[in-house]
Design a protein around this ligand. Structure first.
Ligand code: HEC
Ligand SMILES: [Cu+2]
Length: 318
């Protein structure tokens, strides 16, 4: 009996790992939410105790206590003034804690929710863009403005360790400011059911020390050097370029993730498996088994040799 009662607590504690937890904030915005959570829990816990105490008095208390409890002034204070003051204070405190930013952040990153992955576009100071997918790199200690859109249905962008969640609504542009206080990998996921493999629609935010981020940004602004290597012709002949783009080549499809630097991303297929030559080959030949319902057709018509050649080419794009 006792162990059965403990079960819900154990399940709840299972959510307290640090990669994806609103209770282990790694940034300013997430810290505000965590503070608000603890304040609400504390104040409302106190109110619950007071109410339970009054209830106990009303049932078990002496006649005197019960008469006191039902006096007009007790009802006015306890039933009207007290809730009005407490709720107003909580609302005001919450609004103040979560006040929106008034200045523009130094870095803007566009994220578009798609069934069932994330298009990522970095807008650089000189106006150029870096295209990516499913992995968002940000500099530690700097505020970043996320510009959130959707190309199909409603998705929701949520990185619990960094901040609140915000819906991505077709036809609308929403903005969310986040800042990571320490380097690390923070997991995010779609928080609005969007059909099919919605549960397999995650992503990672990689927070890099400022110098590392600057170096990556510099490198990522240029087409990768391996694009002329063998493998691209097989990729092109298979028709992959109609859905995928690789910077500096004739592949310029926009239906699927940009593959310009797919080999450098930690995870693929919306953070459902680590990026590797083997996993890329597996996804090409058997992607529907790995992620049922995803919008990339299986290419089981390719020979093993062709699949391997393409996978090895893509894995080297970094
Ligand atoms: C009809 C459009 C289409 C074609 C053709 C297509 N893909 Fe895709 N591809 C997609 C979509 C959509 C996804 C995203 C799947 C997901 O994660 O839900 C994807 C995902 C991928 C990924 C994972 C990328 C990442 O960063 O997560 C790789 C690798 C890939 N495709 C390689 C290929 C190769 C190689 C070919 C040719 C043999 C190909 N694709 C042909 C639509 C396509
Ligand atoms: Cu979703």
């Amino acid at each position: 009996m006792r162990s059965a009662a403990a079960l819900p607590f154990c399940l709840a504690l299972g959510g307290c790992s640090t990669v994806q937890s609103a209770l282990s904030p790694a940034g300013e915005q997430a810290a505000q939410i965590a503070v608000l959570t603890w304040i609400l829990l504390g104040v409302l816990g106190g109110v619950l105790l007071i109410v339970l105490g009054a209830l106990w008095l009303a049932i078990r208390g002496s006649d005197n206590a019960r008469r006191l409890l039902s006096a007009d002034w007790a009802v006015s204070i306890g039933g009207i003034a007290f809730p009005a003051v407490v709720l107003t204070a909580l609302l005001a405190g919450g609004l103040w804690l979560m006040r929106p930013a008034t200045t523009d952040a130094a870095l803007t990153i566009e994220v578009e929710g798609r069934q069932w992955w994330w298009r990522v576009g970095y807008v650089l100071d000189d106006g150029t863009r870096i295209e990516a997918a499913n992995e968002i790199r940000i500099p530690v200690g700097q505020e970043v403005d996320f510009v959130l859109t959707s190309s199909d249905v409603i998705h929701s962008f949520w990185v619990p360790s960094l901040g609140g969640k915000l819906d991505m609504i077709p036809g609308r542009t929403n903005r969310l400011r986040l800042k990571a206080e320490r380097p690390g990998i923070y997991r995010g996921q779609c928080a609005e059911y969007c059909g099919g493999p919605h549960a397999l629609m995650a992503f990672e935010v990689v927070a890099l020390p400022e110098a590392d981020f600057a170096a990556w940004r510099q490198a990522a602004g240029q087409p990768v050097s391996t694009v002329r290597e063998s493998g691209f012709d097989v990729f092109a002949a298979a028709g992959c370029g109609s859905c995928h783009a690789i910077a500096g080549t004739s592949a310029n499809g926009r239906v699927g993730p940009d593959l310009s630097r797919v080999g450098e991303r930690r995870m693929m297929a919306a953070a459902t498996m680590p990026t590797s030559e083997e996993n890329i080959a597996r996804f090409i030949a058997d992607g529907q088994r790995h992620k049922p319902g995803n919008l990339m057709p299986e290419f089981d018509v390719l020979t093993d040799e062709q699949t391997k050649t393409i996978a090895s080419y893509l894995a080297r794009l970094k």
